[in-house]
Write a protein that binds this ligand. Structure first.
Ligand code: ZN
Length: 199
């Protein structure tokens, strides 16, 4: 095939994670040969999402509105803010159906190597929100990685002067897991974070 247009589209598909030249070519050929309508729909949806989806003014999650559906929902518990690294984390927590509070999405974690500092994560904005009288607890639900820990530590230090309660996700043994196969770090966290079951 000699078509600069096809070459350009193949190159464009490679902005997707995990898509190399071969799979990009397969996707382009598939759309051209079998689903031009689907291709056009994809192009339209991509264009409008890229143009219109921004960040919620309150929690920084993705939304095309000024304030997202969760922040705008009067039924949510406004005394609790759950801090997560990404919009995907919000989805995961929402899918449990067990959380009724609000969120704050950092859109990443502290990473000096990549030049990502507290300003990029909106830490000042989070601290300002947590300072509101109606907020009683901030749950730091960052990922259990070195960067996540560093981020949680920084946020904890930034909120020292506030009277708000800070909490972390419990860490430990996966459901249905066997202690024998749990890594040492996870087992240690589970022991450190043990809870009382009777007095
Ligand atoms: Zn929001």
């Amino acid at each position: 095939v000699t078509s600069p247009l096809i070459d350009e589209l193949t190159d464009a598909f490679r902005c997707l994670p995990g898509v190399g030249p071969k799979s990009a070519e397969r996707m382009v050929m598939y759309l051209l040969e079998r689903d031009r309508d689907g291709g056009l729909r994809l192009a339209e949806r991509l264009a409008s999402v890229m143009a219109d989806v921004g960040h919620c003014r309150v929690c920084r999650d993705f939304t095309e509105a000024e304030v997202c559906g969760i922040c705008a929902n009067p039924a949510r518990d406004r005394s609790l803010i759950c801090v997560v690294e990404s919009p995907a984390n919000v989805l995961a927590i929402e899918q449990t159906g067990a959380y009724r509070g609000l969120y704050f999405v950092l859109m990443g974690h502290l990473s000096p190597i990549d030049g990502i500092g507290p300003d990029d994560l909106g830490v000042d904005q989070l601290v300002a929100r947590a300072a509101d009288d109606e907020v009683r607890e901030v749950l730091l639900a960052v990922n259990p990685t070195v960067e996540g820990e560093a981020t949680a530590h920084y946020i904890t230090e930034s909120m020292k002067a506030l009277s708000v309660r800070l909490s972390r996700l419990a860490q430990g043994i996966p459901l249905g897991g066997d202690l024998e196969y749990v890594d040492g770090g996870t087992l240690l966290q589970a022991i450190v974070g043990r809870r009382q079951v009777s007095s």
